[in-house]
Write a protein that binds this ligand. Structure first.
Ligand code: ATP
Length: 314
């Protein structure tokens, strides 16, 4: 197992009586693109602020790049690029001049390589041609890309991006996705928050789902897709015979109990073709009243976990 780039244990933040973040155990594997997904107000920003030492947790602990927060932040933060509350850009300065200023304010940055690093960061986010324009003339998408460039002025092992596509048009969103993918290809871990499932699905390898301050699920996207795979709901008066037949086919049938009507058997067909299952059931004398293949989407899975909807298309 790869070591965690970010981890937390029982991390909790209360504002007065309100529990904004409720005992969450994060595990962001090194090298992953971890999508931190949840509706507005579910506690994502507060969590990220705690991880970066910007707000003190009420309870619990966390570590980034193997260093405890806050004691180890001096060592960890130079290796972390964060887009959380946009850096303070000067509206009258150009994008390039803004980055040079930010770099100059960073004690860990080498002034001798500033120009090259600024040029590289601008190139990465596709702002080379607009580098000399004043910030006030930038579109929202360009401003967002400049903020990402600011996080990339130095090589980073971990990027923390809070809702990086907020307010961007589809083109801007695609560009941010592309930047995230290229960072991941180069080996950085990326922790990216979003309230959009479609976005997380397209760029992440892992997902943590927040709902009302709690981390309701956390896994690789692959595993979650697997959990959301098709299952069959079979209705029959011959439940025992049906279970025996499924067993012979190597399938595990379960009787869901009080939630489903009498005579319901649920199973995951896996690799066995459904037509084969039906014909075997019939051959065994099982009276098939209904045979419904249910294909939940990832969204169905998350909604069932959180009880809330996700903005699917943005
Ligand atoms: N400084 C604060 N004082 C009081 N309550 C706060 C404070 N910061 C956040 N909260 C509350 O904590 C809850 C979680 O907010 P948070 O910003 O972490 O959610 P989020 O998932 O990031 O949502 P969004 O995407 O809207 O920022 C909200 O109900 C919010 O009102």
């Amino acid at each position: 197992m790869s070591p965690a780039a970010v981890s937390s244990s029982g991390l909790t933040k209360r504002f007065g009586k309100q529990v904004a973040v409720d005992h969450i155990d994060l595990d962001v594997p090194a090298g992953s693109v971890y999508g931190f997904l949840g509706p507005n107000g579910s506690g994502k920003t507060t969590t990220i602020r705690m991880l970066l030492g910007l707000v003190r947790p009420t309870e619990g602990s966390s570590a980034i790049l193997g260093r405890p927060v806050p004691q180890g932040l001096d060592l960890a933060l130079p290796r972390v690029g964060a887009l959380i509350e946009g850096p303070a850009f000067h509206t009258h300065l150009s994008g390039r001049a803004n980055l040079v200023r930010l770099d100059a304010a960073d004690a860990t940055a080498d002034p001798a390589t500033c120009d090259r690093r600024v040029a590289d960061a601008l190139e990465r986010v596709g702002l080379t041609n607009a580098a000399g324009k004043s910030y006030r003339a930038y579109s929202l998408g360009m401003k967002q890309r400049l903020a990402i460039a600011a996080a990339l002025l130095q090589p980073r092992d971990l990027l923390v991006l809070d809702e990086p596509t907020n307010g961007l048009d589809p083109q801007g969103t695609r560009e941010v996705r592309h930047i995230v993918s290229s960072l991941a290809e180069e080996g950085s871990t990326v922790l990216v928050s979003s309230h959009l499932l479609s976005e997380i699905e397209q760029m992440c390898s892992h997902v943590g789902v927040m709902s009302r301050g709690r981390l309701v699920t956390q896994d690789s996207l692959e595993t979650l897709r697997d959990r959301a795979r098709a299952h069959v709901e079979l209705h029959t008066p011959d439940v025992a015979d049906a279970l025996r037949c499924l067993d012979r086919l190597g399938l595990l049938g379960t009787v869901p109990g009080d939630k489903a009507p009498d005579g319901t058997v649920v199973f995951v067909p896996g690799q066995v073709p459904t037509e084969r299952i039906v014909s075997d059931l019939v051959a065994d004398g099982v009276r098939v009243r209904a045979f419904n293949v249910v294909r939940p989407t990832l969204e169905d899975l998350f909604v069932s976990l959180t009880g809330e909807g996700f903005d699917v298309n943005g």
